[in-house]
Ligand binder design. Structure first.
Ligand code: CS2
Ligand code: MG
Length: 404
């Protein structure tokens, strides 16, 4: 069997997505997601100019060999652009392998270890009453886990909170140039515990509560937040500090038992090796679309399993339905599954991506179609042209740049 075509499809049904489509000489196709929010065209070029020409003629069955060829053959290692490109190739090859075998990808990964995949949804509110109403809606929709993000008194805007209609999926990369937002750590630290108390008070102990700090605190500030939230028994607080500073988690760990999650900005096992082997986190958030695909993410998850660290894959709207499907196949199979982020996708994405995954109450399932269970309508994709979109950035009151 040979790869005869490697095509990069850029489309923007509601937001920008980059999809790699591989076709074999037997007409079998596979899809991979190469979307890197705000830097999409860098991955398009990495694939179109440097990877796709090397794929044509290769045997698509040799997934591991292709992964090693693209990783070691590039000489320059790791990084979000290269690893997103390798991830797209890898996932597309697993899609092909499943189709050739007539099996859903999770069956190739050892079969189902659970009946369904526990997911958490995003809930945000500009103030506590709005947040409580929207948590109630999520509970009514069957979710057993919610990520809560609330507006911060004195700040006009903040990560994770928007005044858009709650039926719209929050897409932060919605401006042709990065939007500047003000950040105030003291106001944030002052407000979060009261928000947590209100939600726990209203919904009781069973509902899993998660919160995304989004890299915005110093280690001691994160330790203080973790301590303050202990009475409310969070499922996790995520990205408490800039994730690349792995040592920071040692300090946070010394001060709080609130579970910690990080990893969505990581793209290799080496980025999280210390965090996992020293048990500095409880959940690893690396995603199939940014961390080298199914082949590499499975390695990360297996390392995590050795140290009692569970999975908590990143699953925002800016990873395409192809990545969500691949994540669900992995989630169904791995032994140390924790939870899967499920934000949904904005706008007319379903015009372009035909999916097989389902949600029933708190659980999702990838479906039993051979491969990933996702197809792309290229004609529909062509109708949604790429539009430059950037994530916001933050400045402190003194004007200095801060993590958004
Ligand atoms: C967020 C992401 O979902 C999350 O946990 O951290 O939505 C993140 O802001 C986006 O992926 C950035 O593009
Ligand atoms: Mg996050």
């Amino acid at each position: 069997m040979k790869i005869v075509e490697a095509k990069v499809i850029v489309t923007s049904p509601g937001r920008n997505y980059v999809t790699l489509k591989l076709t074999t000489d037997e007409g079998v196709t596979g899809l991979g997601d190469a979307t890197l929010n705000g830097r999409e065209l860098a991955v398009v070029s990495y694939l179109r100019d440097h990877v796709c020409p090397l794929l044509v003629g290769r045997d698509p069955q040799r997934i591991e060999d292709t992964w090693q060829y693209l990783y070691k053959g590039a000489y320059w290692r790791r990084g979000p652009v290269g690893m997103a490109a390798i991830a797209a190739v890898d996932v597309a090859l697993w899609d092909i392998k499943g189709k050739v075998a007539g099996l859903p990808v999770y069956q190739l990964l050892g079969g189902a270890s659970r009946d369904g995949v526990l997911v958490y949804c995003h809930v945000h509110g500009r103030d506590v009453p709005e947040l409580l109403d929207r948590v109630a809606r999520a509970v009514d929709e069957g979710y057993a886990a919610v990520r809560i993000q609330a507006g911060i008194p004195g700040l006009d805007k903040t990560y994770g909170v928007t005044d858009a209609d709650p039926d719209e999926v929050y897409e932060p990369a919605d401006a042709a140039r990065p939007e500047e937002q003000l950040w105030d750590t003291a106001a944030y630290l002052e407000s979060v515990p009261a928000v947590a108390a209100a939600v726990r008070e209203r919904f009781g102990p069973a509902l899993h509560l998660l919160h995304d700090v989004h890299h915005r605190l110093t280690p001691i500030e994160a330790a203080r937040l973790g301590q303050a939230l202990e009475p409310y028994r969070f499922f996790w607080i995520e990205d408490p500090t800039p994730a690349e500073d792995q040592d920071a988690f040692r300090l946070i760990r010394q001060h709080t038992v609130t579970p910690l999650a990080t990893g969505e900005v990581f793209n290799s096992i080496w980025d999280c090796q210390t965090l996992i082997t020293e048990r500095l986190i409880d959940y690893i958030r690396t995603s199939v679309g940014h961390a080298g695909g199914i082949t590499h993410l499975r390695r990360i998850f297996d390392l995590a399993a050795l140290y009692g660290v569970k999975t908590g894959s990143h699953g925002p709207g800016d990873l395409s339905p192809v990545s969500l499907a691949a994540a669900l196949h992995l989630d169904l199979a791995v032994p140390n599954f924790g939870i899967q982020e499920y934000m949904g996708h904005a706008g007319p994405w379903a015009d372009v991506f035909k999916t097989s995954y389902t949600r029933r109450g708190p659980l999702m399932h990838p479906g039993d179609e051979p491969g990933l269970g996702v197809e792309i309508d290229e004609e529909a994709a062509a109708a949604y042209g790429y539009e430059p979109r950037y994530l916001p950035y933050s400045r402190l009151r003194d004007g200095s740049i801060h993590d958004w």
